[in-house]
Design a protein around this ligand. Structure first.
Ligand code: PEP
Ligand code: MG
Length: 613
């Protein structure tokens, strides 16, 4: 997607041609607002010394990144050429950027810094930029002196390409703040960025468009808590500019620029209808989610931070089925202390006292990585964070915990202390086999011993559960059920690993992936195996919160679903109108289907029948 923010074109108020672009739905609904495009501002630049023999490699990386940025500028130029409404100065800016990019100051002198100071390419660029700033400051002409910002922009673009880093929402700064409803448009946001965005109460945010990612990426999962129409994975040739009026129609996966008055009125009417439906769903808040023939389904909440508790209460959840504690480690330059973790766990447990709270050990790594500064504070980290080629297959989940036991130990201490006071369970992310569990139990034994020696109130008697999200764990369920007390099936990762389709990459994501018959069959088998082994099991991936899948889950015997709190009312409403006999027949028919398409059609037919009956 081509974004135009404060540094680029800003939509002018002359006559505009309306355009429509498609994207993937994260949160349904329609809204109108003014676009604010985000670009990277507080980029974290990795800084490290390199060996002399690596200097050539760093120089090559630099030149490749410059080439990539050059290509990007060319693409932007072409887009502008075909856009009659684009302001003339936009192409002047691109010319300036291109000149800077080709200037020997960037190419040659940065390579010189890499070779003489033996630093990585990103850092060399920062050093060169610092030098340029000093040189520009000495210029005796205001206009020319301010051109340093163009240089900084180009350098940032190269650094972003080099590090693969993403834009951050902080660039939607106070100057961008508008009195009117706002739709944030970002090229890419990572989960830490989303946490920052949640803090922005200066914006009347009515919609969210994220160019890169898929609806099951962690960024999208966090976006749901905004409860505003949201799209992700926008079509690649979409061009959106700050100041453009947008209509986001997340029911149909489209965004329209410069909508007409009639379309805006229709969006408003649909928004009012949605609000009414939400209000009517609130009336079933206190009801137990029980099918017509009496099967009770526990509807639990997925949370990222204690601040989500208000949403949990409002949703009428039966407890917290997944506390993604890794978010306590993100968006900061230090590390949480044991006491801080203890207080966060306690806040959640105390607020939901009497309900079950499942605390997941931090699932760090992948797209949920500590900042460089936090990472450097780990005494057992002897090297800077490596940029992994395949982060989803890298140091993530339990593997990350075992690699950095210092972090693991403070989490276990905090959980054992809270467990002495409240009913909590501990869930292990990304387990592969019983060996993982046994290794974790050794850490628990050690922590228990130390806390006893220190005379700290605690208990190690905590129900221990495993996330089933790696295909290997599915095969090991009989053995795992001897080691663990309960299970939770993480369909987001399970689908990713079964279909070998990166959940953060909209280019490989298909909206029907969760309907893949292979996915439905393993879910059916896993629930059966675990029920036979008398182990409680829940499903906590995004699938659990899709009302069209509720009958399937009930039919395969799943009686615990954990989801974003925003989905609980609609799923509850669904449960209230189901009966187990029909659900069983439906699920048996679904797992025999041969394609995603066939499953989708069957689900649509069922929902049509239910809605007309
Ligand atoms: C999952 O993988 O389905 C899950 C619930 O965990 P997460 O989305 O945090 O990876
Ligand atoms: Mg997962």
């Amino acid at each position: 997607m081509n974004l135009s923010g404060a540094n680029e074109t800003v939509a002018s108020s002359v006559e505009h041609e309306s355009q429509t672009f498609s994207g993937l739905t994260v949160y349904k609904g329609k809204a109108c607002g003014t676009a604010i495009c985000m670009s990277s501002s507080d980029l974290e630049i990795p800084q490290f010394q390199i060996e002399e023999c690596d200097a050539d490699y760093e120089c090559r990386r630099l030149l490749q990144a410059i080439q990539t940025v050059e290509k990007h500028l060319t693409a932007m130029e072409q887009d502008l050429a075909s856009d009659e409404t684009a302001p003339l100065e936009a192409s002047t800016f691109l010319d300036v950027y291109r000149t800077i990019l080709q200037d020997p100051v960037i190419k040659e002198e940065t390579q010189g810094i890499i070779r003489t100071q033996l630093v990585n390419a990103e850092w060399a660029l920062s050093l060169r930029l610092e030098q340029s700033r000093r040189e520009f400051e000495a210029i005796d002409n205001d206009y020319l002196r301010e051109r340093i910002e163009d240089v900084a922009y180009v350098v940032t673009r190269i650094q972003r390409t080099l590090t693969g880093q993403r834009s951050t929402p902080t660039s939607a700064n106070e100057e961008d703040a508008l009195d009117t409803p706002v739709i944030i448009v970002a090229d890419s946001l990572d989960p830490a960025d989303m946490l920052q965005l949640r803090e922005r109460d200066d914006l009347d945010l009515v919609g969210l468009i994220i160019a890169e990612g898929s609806p099951t990426s962690h960024t999208a999962i966090l976006a749901q808590s905004f409860e505003i129409p949201t799209l992700i994975g926008l079509q690649e040739d979409a061009v959106l500019s700050t100041g453009t009026e947008l209509l986001i129609d997340a029911d149909n996966g489209i965004v329209q620029t410069w909508p007409g008055e009639r379309e805006k009125a229709a969006a408003l009417a649909s928004w009012r209808q949605l609000r009414k439906r939400r209000q009517s769903l609130r009336q079933i808040r206190q009801k137990k989610a029980s099918t017509e023939d009496g099967a009770v389904v526990a509807l639990l909440a997925n949370i990222a931070l204690p601040d989500d508790l208000a949403d949990v209460r409002r949703s009428g959840a039966d407890g917290v089925g997944l506390f993604r504690t890794e978010f306590l480690f993100l968006n900061r330059t230090d590390l949480p202390t044991e006491d801080e973790l203890y207080k966060s766990f306690k806040r959640v447990s105390r607020t939901l006292s009497g309900q079950s709270v499942t605390i997941r050990l931090a699932d760090l790594g992948g797209d949920k990585m500590l900042s460089d500064e936090s990472f450097a504070l780990l005494s057992d980290s002897d090297s800077p964070v490596e940029t992994e080629l395949n982060p989803a297959l890298g140091l993530r989940g339990l593997r990350f915990s075992f690699a950095y036991p210092e972090l693991l130990r403070i989490q276990l201490r905090a959980i054992m202390r809270v467990a002495a006071e409240y009913r909590v369970s501990l869930l292990l992310p990304m387990i592969c086999d019983p060996e993982d569990v046994r290794r974790l139990k050794c850490f628990m034994d050690e922590t228990d011993r130390l806390l006893t020696e220190e005379d700290v109130r605690h208990t190690a008697d905590i129900p221990l559960g495993g996330m089933i999200e790696v295909p290997a764990a599915l095969e090991m369920l009989p053995e795992l059920s001897k080691e663990l007390d309960f299970f939770s099936i993480g369909t987001n990762d399970l689908v990713q690993y079964m279909l070998a389709a990166d959940r953060t990459n909209s280019a490989v994501y298909q909206p029907d992936d969760e309907y893949h018959p292979a996915v439905l069959r393993v879910l059916y088998r896993a629930i059966k195996t675990l029920r036979d082994a008398e182990r409680p099991v829940s499903v906590c991936g995004e699938m659990a919160g899709r009302p069209e899948m509720t009958a399937f889950f009930v039919g395969i015997g799943c009686r615990r679903l954990s989801m974003d709190p925003s989905h609980i009312p609609a799923v509850k409403e669904k449960v209230l109108h189901l009966n187990v006999t029909d659900c069983t027949a439906l699920s048996r028919s679904l797992i025999r289907r041969q394609s995603r398409d066939s499953v989708r059609r069957a689900l649509e037919e069922t929902s049509d029948t239910t809605e007309t009956s």
